[in-house]
Each structure stands twice: as structure tokens, then as C-alpha cells.
Design a protein around this ligand. Structure first.
Ligand code: FES
Length: 148
């Protein structure tokens, strides 16, 4: 049911933990299951130089957070904002349809952290236009089918 990559990132997640004096911190919850993810970013000159996360959630949430942190490390803030949950799931060779909603948590955690960064530094990213960190985003169409 799960790909080798999902199992790998679930049993051996990358970048777990927290960053002291992080430049950005985001926390999101999944309304469907109550799982929570917290993400910390260190940003230098618009580049994400370090990232750590903590997930109190299911295996798919842990695997997608792990993969998402790997995918945004070394990238610019703008590139990270364009990371979709679908891209993360694809990088993991797919998730079962009923677990796709778990991957949204990682995408939202990245956005939430960067929103925090933008707020603190008075920056504007058009990718965040219309983004509301207090709005639980779980029912939008992320281009993948959910079966539940
Ligand atoms: S079941 Fe909650 S994020 Fe997967």
C-alpha cells in the first residue's frame, strides 16, 4: 500500500526537531484528523538554509513532512511557496488516495512558516495573497482525488 520511499521517510524521517532562534515558525493542524505539524526555518538572504519539523501525526504526515523539508532546503522562499502537496506526494512515489489529505499538512506548514517570516520582516510574497493562516485548509482541490 505504501511505497518504499514513504516507508523510508516514515521510519527514518529527515530534519526532525526544532531550530532555536528560527527565522520562521509555522504550525498547522489537520481538521480531518487533528494531527499537528510545526515547522522551523532558518532563512539567509531569501534562501532556506535550514529546516526542521515536528509532526504529531500519522505515518503519511511524517513521511510528507520529511520529504517536504528535503525539497525546500537550499531553495529560495519563493520556490518553497510553490511547493505543492502533490509534488511532495509524487516525490514519495505516491500516497494512497485516502492519505492524500495528510500531505496537505506539509504544504500548509511551509506556507504558515513563511507567512510568519513575511509578517516579522514586513515582506510581501504574492504567493501568499489571500492566505489566511487561521483558516484550516483541508477541503480545497489540490489537484488530487481524495476518497473519503
Ligand atoms: S491521518 Fe492525520 S495527517 Fe494523516
Amino acid at each position: 500500500m505504501y511505497s518504499d520511499k514513504v516507508m523510508d521517510h516514515f521510519t527514518n524521517p529527515r530534519n526532525v526537531g526544532e531550530i532555536e532562534n528560527a527565522d520562521a515558525v509555522g504550525q498547522v493542524g489537520n481538521v480531518k484528523c487533528g494531527d499537528i505539524m510545526k515547522m522551523y526555518l532558518k532563512i539567509d538572504n531569501e534562501v532556506i538554509v535550514d529546516v526542521k519539523f515536528k509532526t504529531f501525526g500519522c505515518g503519511s504526515a511524517i513521511a510528507t513532512s520529511s520529504m517536504a523539508t528535503e525539497m525546500i532546503k537550499g531553495k529560495t522562499v519563493k520556490e518553497a511557496l510553490n511547493l505543492s502537496n502533490r509534488a511532495v506526494a509524487e516525490a514519495l512515489d505516491g500516497l494512497p488516495p485516502v492519505k492524500m489529505h495528510c500531505s496537505v499538512l506539509a504544504e500548509q506548514a511551509v506556507k504558515s512558516a513563511i507567512y510568519d517570516y513575511a509578517q516579522k520582516n514586513n515582506l510581501h510574497y504574492e504567493e501568499l495573497d489571500g492566505y489566511n493562516p487561521n483558516e484550516e485548509d483541508d477541503h480545497h482541490d489540490h489537484g488530487v482525488e481524495e476518497e473519503d
